[in-house]
Design a protein around this ligand. Sequence first.
Ligand SMILES: [Zn+2]
Length: 470
Amino acid sequence: MPITLTSWGAAQQVTGSMHLLELSDGFRILIDCGLEMGSKGQETALGFDPTTINLVFLTHAHMDHSGRLPELVREGYRGDILCTEPTMELSAVLLRDSAMLQAKRMANDLHGRAKGRKKGDQAFRKLTHRLEQDAEHCLRQFHPLRPEKAYRIRQNLQITLYPCSHLLGAVSAVFEIKETDQTLRIGFSGDLGRFNYPGLPDPRPFPEVDYLVCESTYGGVNHQETRPPTMVVEEFIRQALELEGGQLIVPAFSVGRTQTFLLVLQQLYEEDKLPLDVPVYVDSPMAILSTEVYRQMEDWLGRDALNMISMYGDVFSFKRLRFIQNIGQSRKIAAEYRPSILISASGMLEGGRIHIHLKEQLQNSRASILFIGYMAEGSLGRKLADGEKYLTVDGRTVEVRARLCYTDVFSGHADHNGLMRFVSQTPPSRLRRVFLVHGEPDRMEALADDLEKNGYKVTLPTKGKSYTLD
Ligand SMILES: [Zn+2]
């Protein structure tokens, strides 16, 4: 039997990463097991029997790569889930939170918000318990590996991880498979990050491989902003706080983006470039938990963050910064009309504490909203960024009078040139085929065109179709 690759997610789309690698002796490895974001929990069946999987490898903690692991375990997967230590810790934060959110959504769907509160509460408790148990069971199967060390998983299989600067602990991986007549190296990019990204070390060189499964989120597109993040943020702050005189609201994912932004703010603070007396708030319970993981995993931080620790004694911490714990404080801050910087989640405005601030500040023409992350089609964030004049937040319609601004300086993905550079670490004469995943069709095609022009053979996998690697 030949080695095969089957993509059960992130095929011709960005989210839901899930790839199945089957070795010639029938050993089956699942690479990532992610949620299709925006599907509101209405996922289709997994496409394969979880009890037939022998090993799971997780590239990083984001939900579109890890979100269906509890389901995989509930449906009978009993093997190891290999990943790095930060991925294990951040997944614990994300999967526990996701269990809660899912339970809330399901309880609402079952009983409705208005009807039989008691019944609803009971259903909510039961569901929460079951989903939390699923998450805990799954987390017990996590097993951390160190980067850049070859692990022999079984006689014919070795795996090595290469940090790729997309998120704390995110890696690309190479599976080295010994066949009777040859040794094949199959690379998985995971989500590729960028060089000089605040708080994270640069991507490590990736070895030559025979086959490569590569993400393509920014195929055909290059990031516009070339100035350093501190300079960009300083400019937004000056405009929002000094010229407009209101709050600067920054919607940001709690895991990753918030810590990156905080690091830049701390740098500005230490250099006396934050306007005097302006408080900085982080209003997201999940951001507090994940910032703690970043602090504990010093080994995985970039040189810039380590320098800050040695110079200032701490990181993600400075005099004007306050992490908001309770919702009462959130409401108080939302009603403040004096200049401040507020970072809150969710990043795409789909829920979370940011709603409290939007309801209060969207109608304030002196407030500014700075978008620093990706906004999926259909999300509230995308509607706002696209210029809707009225926005309905938690049932309340608010006129949008706040100033909107955007930067791609914090994008966590390599752009077109970065992707080309990653693939070209193996020359086209040696790389037998590139499989492009994790991209919208036009992005994948743009990248495929350029790769083919450079002599590479490219396939855009169809979901559920098996491709032979021989
Ligand atoms: Zn990711």
